[in-house]
Design a binder for this molecule. Structure first.
Ligand SMILES: Cc1ncc(COP(=O)(O)O)c(C=O)c1O
Length: 380
């Protein structure tokens, strides 16, 4: 058993550097998670901005779940203390769940911080290889550090082109980033195919598999690569509490990797995770009902959105996360503006897909708003 981290060590290191098939039946059986739009405090008039339905940032509007909310309230008196106790308990719990030693887990202020730490430690002014378009955080940060980013276009189905990625990785590559499911397209690479690819690439470079949306896939669509990280391969798996757990504002993510890699990453940490976020994460991990209901509701509404878009003749990718990616047939800025006129905020543009829009699945009520506006907006 590895020793728990002391406050001094923690401060020192900081300073130094789902269920698709089950979804329908579950959704029918269980009440929907609380809808923040209907649960809002109606005693005060809502500010104008709050009437805007935000379907632009891939958040989960059902969160935090009931257990996380209770844990946040209960932890409030501890907010005057440094978060070492919560940190140790969360690392313990994650290590147990992932069946790894504590030394194989690193926490971040969201997995976004972990992506920055990876760029700092493994790329620097070197080279990063990634599919494109994908979640831009690590590429943006690496370029600010002076890195060269090699972007490999997705294939015709908007999936990672593994052959092209493999031939782009060279002796100069410090890190290969794989987002599965991919943001913004939501497409996945099948488990066995990805595992074989990661294994072969890990001999040549550090492979980072970002599994932010993995809890929101159709069962069997793809798999976690955590077994590779567990086996000590040169692979880091990233997870976040921002998506299915609905804790985006509380900034908790984690990475799983070989102890040597994790040790290097911990040295790059800019901050250490906050008490309320970690207590919420701990509670949410055990909130089975909330997680099952949320996955079911989001899967059902994603299916409704895809069916409506395809019904209007709009092409969509095979999206697996809490969002869809749709070709609206008009420049995305125009589509965004038209949606904004309907009080709906949809996603930014992901070049080179200039006429495609990423739309986040909201609550069922928010999804209804989008579906009502869509035919008008698409017709122009
Ligand atoms: C693929 C992917 N990875 C990581 C993140 C970062 O999430 P967070 O920093 O909230 O954990 C996001 C956020 O949208 C994402 O889409």
């Amino acid at each position: 058993m590895t020793k728990h981290l002391s406050r001094r060590a923690l401060l020192g290191s900081a300073a130094a550097a789902g269920a698709w098939a089950a979804a329908a039946s579950i959704a029918a059986r269980s009440p929907k998670p609380q809808d923040p739009m209907t649960a809002a405090d109606t005693s005060k008039p809502a500010p104008a901005a709050s009437r805007l339905v935000r379907l632009s940032a891939n958040e989960n509007p059902y969160g935090p779940g009931p257990k996380a909310r209770a844990a946040i309230a209960a932890a409030m008196p501890e907010a005057c203390r440094y978060s070492i106790d919560s940190y140790n308990r969360l690392i313990d719990q994650l290590a147990q769940r992932e069946n790894v030693e504590r030394t194989s887990i690193v926490l971040g202020s969201g997995s976004g911080e972990l992506l920055n730490m990876l760029a700092l430690e493994y790329v620097g002014r070197g080279e990063l290889v990634t599919a494109w378009p994908t979640f831009e955080q690590i590429t943006t940060y690496a370029e600010r550090l002076g890195a060269t980013v090699r972007r490999v276009p997705l294939d015709r189905q908007m999936r990672h082109d593994l052959t092209a990625l493999g031939s782009t990785v060279s002796a100069n590559t410090g890190l290969l980033y794989v987002c599965n499911p991919n943001n913004p397209t939501g497409t996945v690479v099948a488990g066995e195919t990805l595992r074989e690819f990661c294994r072969s690439m890990a001999n040549r470079t550090l492979v980072v598999v970002d599994e932010a949306y993995l809890d929101l896939i159709e069962p069997g669509a793809t798999e976690s690569m955590v077994d590779l990280a567990r086996a000590g391969e040169n692979v880091v798996v990233l997870r976040t509490f921002s998506k299915i757990h609905g804790l985006a504002g509380l900034r908790i993510g984690y990475g799983i990797g070989a102890a040597g890699v994790i040790k290097r990453l911990r040295r790059m940490q800019m901050a250490f995770a906050n008490t309320l976020g970690m207590e919420a994460a701990l509670a949410s991990l055990n909130d089975r009902q909330f997680l099952t209901d949320t996955a079911a509701a989001l899967a059902q509404d994603r299916a409704r959105m895809l069916a409506a878009c395809r019904g209007l003749g709009l092409e969509c990718s095979d999206a697996q996360g809490n969002f869809i990616f749709v070709n609206t047939g008009m420049p995305n800025d125009q589509f965004r503006e038209r949606m904004r006129q309907q009080q709906i905020e949809v996603g930014r543009t992901f070049e080179p897909y200039a006429t495609w829009c990423r739309v986040t699945v909201g609550t069922t009520q928010e999804t209804d708003r989008f579906l009502a506006a869509l035919p008008r907006v698409a017709a122009g």
